[in-house]
Design a protein around this ligand. Structure first.
Ligand SMILES: [Zn+2]
Length: 113
């Protein structure tokens, strides 16, 4: 379960952020996770909860914005959301080889108090 590795990284950044701003606790961690990032939200939330016990980030909320997969068509420059693993452009039917979004695993912001 690689979510533990990701949660560990997030936790370190969250605690550093809280310490740097002399905060007493981490309230919330905001993330963007793409549909192709291979991260299971529930597993990440569970891992973060388990690892953050006895830290400034105990009981912090993990807010995950899910980013859908979008493709770019090189033929007609359409950006589209492919229906379930068919990466064909709905406008000109060319098969896209360019996944534009969906792979993100991005820490957006950390809220401390
Ligand atoms: Zn096209």
């Amino acid at each position: 379960m690689h979510e533990f590795g990701i949660a560990d990284g997030l936790l370190k950044v969250a605690i550093e952020t809280a310490e740097r701003s002399n905060a007493s606790r981490v309230e919330q961690v905001n993330l963007k996770i793409g549909a192709l990032a291979g991260v299971v939200d529930e597993a990440l939330i569970f891992a973060f909860g388990a690892l953050s016990e006895d830290t400034l980030a105990r009981n912090a909320r993990l807010v995950i914005e899910a980013i859908p997969v979008t493709c770019y068509c090189e033929t007609c420059a359409t950006v589209f959301e492919p229906p379930r693993f068919s990466y064909r452009c709905p406008t000109c039917q060319t098969l896209s080889r360019s996944v534009k979004t969906g792979r993100e695993l991005q820490l957006v912001s950390i809220e401390v108090s």
